[in-house]
Write a protein that binds this ligand. Structure first.
Ligand code: NI
Length: 162
């Protein structure tokens, strides 16, 4: 397990569409373990493989610090409602912006054993799922910000990045 370097906005890899994972390998298991370590180290609530330079459809999310979700080849099945709030991204350090996302998301994905499962999320989990799945399409939240991107206030608790 290791901490990987997080790519930042301006890096072309963050604009590329990721490829599906066809089989689990020891290398991918190591990547997923490293992605979790890297996300926790950076105090993030989610991380997508392209953020560590790998163009594969893999996402890790943990909005509570004790409930890691690993989503391989995730597909959104259903969304409902709307929530508007602040969002940040580990690839856009020191910034935050207002983004509207669904308030409920149901997603299908595969786990580390490539077993199919479904995950439902509301509030921050719904937001994180949408944010991370956008990364797999080469899209950053900054494209969706309403108004302008703001600096994270220094005296504020650090924004949760995704
Ligand atoms: Ni992000």
């Amino acid at each position: 397990m290791a901490i990987r370097n997080i790519r930042e906005i301006g890096d072309e890899i963050l604009t590329k569409k990721c490829k599906a994972v066809s089989e689990m390998t020891p290398r991918l298991r190591e990547l997923i373990a490293d992605m979790l370590d890297t996300m926790y180290e950076a105090n993030g609530v989610g991380l997508a493989a392209p953020q560590v330079g790998i163009l594969k459809r893999i996402v890790v999310i943990d909005t509570t610090g004790e409930d890691p979700h690993i989503l391989i080849n995730p597909r959104i099945l259903e969304t409902q409602g709307e929530q508007t709030g602040n969002e940040g991204c580990l690839s856009v350090p020191g910034k935050t912006g207002v983004v509207t996302r669904p308030s409920y998301v149901k997603v299908a994905a595969q786990d580390v054993d490539m077993k199919e499962y479904e995950l439902e999320g509301t509030e921050l989990l719904a937001r994180a799922i949408c944010h991370e799945l956008d990364h797999l399409e080469g899209r950053l939240y900054v494209e969706k910000v309403e108004g302008s991107l703001m600096d994270t206030a220094d005296d504020e608790e650090e924004e949760e990045g995704e």
